[in-house]
Write a protein that binds this ligand. Structure first.
Ligand SMILES: Nc1ncnc2c1ncn2[C@@H]1O[C@H](COP(=O)(O)OP(=O)(O)OP(=O)(O)O)[C@@H](O)[C@H]1O
Length: 308
């Protein structure tokens, strides 16, 4: 087995004249959830479709478990499970019939299929619906069946295209939980433009905009990518704005109420100590002080080069 589950090298694609993606590079070496994040038209589907071998790239290479997908697609695809945005369900079939059909078209040996179906159903929490026609399941359970077909052959790598699209809030929570569960045994790549999704399920993120990579790192790195730039304070004897602006680093003062004041600053977090010192010395009756992190939305907008 290669030490890289997925390796994408200099991947570029153009449908006509314009490049849809340009020189995308990344590797997935470990189990866990890898999020491909980007706004509409950023190039997520193009990237995913190439990795699933649904689309052939203009330039670059994709290796799955060390196997070149373009040169040896049948071998490489054995390691991939895929759930497209619209799950390819045969809704007139029962869950068991459908999963058998999926295992069969994956050319799994017949004697291995029943155990594979049981394993996939158990992992996806659908065992009790084995004999139920798929059309009689809720959207959330239909999505579970879609995920079960993606892992029926126990692949190393699973690709889920916007897996919670169209589900209600409870179903979204359940499907996210399921995604975390299946990523305990394998690498899972999900595409999404929903920021809370990224925070809820991803261990690692790559963000693309206008077909190019703009960020790659852990969810923690993503969250702290933008260092705090404001302090929220509550002072019961707050000084004037002029006085606050005299503190080294404070660049703007936002008075939200008489006692709640946001202090915008430049520089590092040592500002907290300076504000506390001034507050004590001048008896501003500081009751609360906290660094305000940028919201994920703002990080997203900044990384995409859009106005915040
Ligand atoms: N079949 C196609 N022919 C021509 N251009 C296309 C085609 N598919 C996508 N594009 C263009 O390629 C770029 C990337 O599109 P892509 O669908 O990969 O983005 P996306 O991030 O998946 O967006 P969405 O979230 O809306 O699906 C866009 O500019 C899009 O208009």
């Amino acid at each position: 087995m290669s030490n890289k589950i997925v390796e994408v090298r200099h991947l570029s694609h153009r449908y006509s004249v314009d490049w849809a993606i340009r020189d995308i590079n990344f590797e997935i070496k470990e189990k866990g959830v890898f999020g491909l994040l980007g706004s509409n038209g950023a190039g997520k589907s193009t990237t995913m479709n190439i990795i699933c071998n649904v689309l052939t790239q203009t330039e670059g290479d994709v290796f799955i478990n060390g196997i070149n997908l373009r040169k040896n697609p049948i071998e490489a695809k054995k390691y991939i499970g895929f759930l497209p945005q619209k799950a390819p369900l045969h809704t007139e079939m029962t869950v068991d019939e459908y999963l058998y059909h999926c295992a069969d078209i994956r050319l799994m040996p017949k004697k291995e299929i029943p155990a594979a179906i049981d394993r996939a159903k158990e992992k996806c929490g659908i065992t009790h619906f084995s004999k139920r026609q798929i059309c009689n399941l809720s959207g959330g359970y239909q999505q579970r069946v879609g995920i079960a077909q993606a892992i029926i052959h126990d692949p190393l790598f699973v690709i889920l295209d916007e897996p919670t699209n169209g589900l209600d809030p409870n179903q979204i929570t359940e499907v996210r939980h399921l995604i975390k569960g299946i990523a305990e045994d394998r690498a899972v790549l999900i595409s999404t433009h929903i920021l809370p999704e990224v925070q809820a399920v991803c261990d690692y993120i790559m963000m693309i905009e206008h077909g190019q990579k703009v960020f790659e790192g852990t969810i923690n790195a993503f969250n702290t990518y933008m260092s705090p730039s404001a302090l929220m304070t509550i002072m019961h004897n707050a000084p004037t704005t002029e006085e606050l602006l005299k503190i080294e680093g404070i660049v703007r003062v936002e008075r939200l109420t008489k006692t709640r004041i946001r202090l915008h600053f430049k520089g590092d977090n040592a500002i907290v100590g300076r504000v506390v010192k001034q507050a004590v010395e001048n008896q501003w009756h500081l009751r609360e002080i906290s660094l305000e992190k940028e919201s994920l939305d703002k990080v997203f907008a900044k990384l995409s080069g859009k106005e915040v």
